[in-house]
Design a protein around this ligand. Structure first.
Ligand code: ADP
Length: 268
């Protein structure tokens, strides 16, 4: 998968480790001067006030901040679900800001995956049909070996013929994770992916997203308000009032909660 040329004279015997790759590869996604204003005049809401941020390939990043700080807006702009008022978003080697609707639809379909709080499975389709749906919509042939690997990794082998109502919340979210991973997207975006799960099941889904970064080189960017969920990430990007307000590496739930409390203007 790694196509980075090895510089002359560099140690080239072994493939780079994921950590080495992350240091040398261009970011999977980045934002520059991102401004998002909803409405006009007195009713204008400045959701993003100039955000510059890079998301390394093959890593798991959580976006956190107080309610209304712009987390969802940032994620929606990064994923091509929303068009910023100013600034640019780059996904891989493509500047996606300024693309027309048809091109943005292709970006969302072919290059990113989504895991939402509400699972968003089609109730009349089986788990397997749900997992395959994005590929079918894109007219692409599924890689059966990859499907089998993902299904096994997510422990879904004996659930493939079940419909969503026959699955627990955690199983439904695992189906949604499998669906997101199957297309080998450049970025999987999670929007409060554990918001509807109890803490044990949520931890399991976070563990799967973490494994996807470690074992499959998947890039994951997740919005959450939960410090415990954010602690599963490699890095936490903090937003406050539409601006970057710091970041944490190798976060613990405690450090995230302290940082969040400080941003919310409360005593940590
Ligand atoms: P967060 O995800 O951190 O809670 P959001 O990105 O959802 O924050 O929202 C940031 C601000 O932008 C909030 O004040 C919110 O009310 C506002 N906002 C978000 N989306 C819209 C929209 N479509 N129209 C108007 N205001 C919006």
């Amino acid at each position: 998968m790694d196509t980075t040329p090895t510089p002359a004279g560099a140690h080239s015997a072994a493939a780079p480790t994921p950590a080495e790759h992350a240091r040398t590869a261009p970011p999977a996604a980045s934002a520059r001067g991102l401004v998002q204003v909803y409405g006009t005049g007195e009713a204008a809401v400045h959701a993003l006030r100039g955000v510059d941020v890079d998301f390394e390939a093959g890593r798991f990043t959580a976006i956190m901040g107080p309610s209304g700080s712009g987390k969802s807006t940032l994620m929606h702009c990064l994923a091509g679900l929303d068009t910023p008022t100013e600034g640019t978003v780059t996904l891989g080697d493509t500047v996606i800001t300024g693309l027309d609707d048809a091109a943005l639809t292709r970006v969302r379909r072919d290059r990113v995956g989504f895991v939402f709080q509400a699972f968003n499975l089609v109730p009349t389709l089986t788990a397997e049909q749900n997992i395959l749906l994005p590929l079918e919509l894109a007219g692409r042939t599924p890689d059966r070996a990859w499907l089998a690997e993902i299904v096994a990794a997510l422990g879904l082998e004996d659930r493939l013929t079940h419909r969503p109502h026959e699955l627990s919340g955690g199983q439904q979210q695992r189906v949604a994770v499998a669906r997101a991973l199957l297309t080998r997207p450049e970025v999987v975006f999670g929007d409060e992916p554990t918001g509807n799960l109890d803490s044990a099941t949520g931890a399991e889904v976070l563990g799967l997203l973490r494994r996807a970064t470690r074992e499959m080189g998947q890039t994951v960017i997740m919005v959450t308000h939960d410090p415990v969920a954010a602690a599963s990430a490699d890095r936490v990007v903090l937003l406050a009032d539409g601006r970057l307000a710091g970041e944490l590496h190798a976060p613990t739930a405690e450090r995230v909660a302290t940082a969040l409390a400080a941003l919310s203007g409360r005593e940590a």
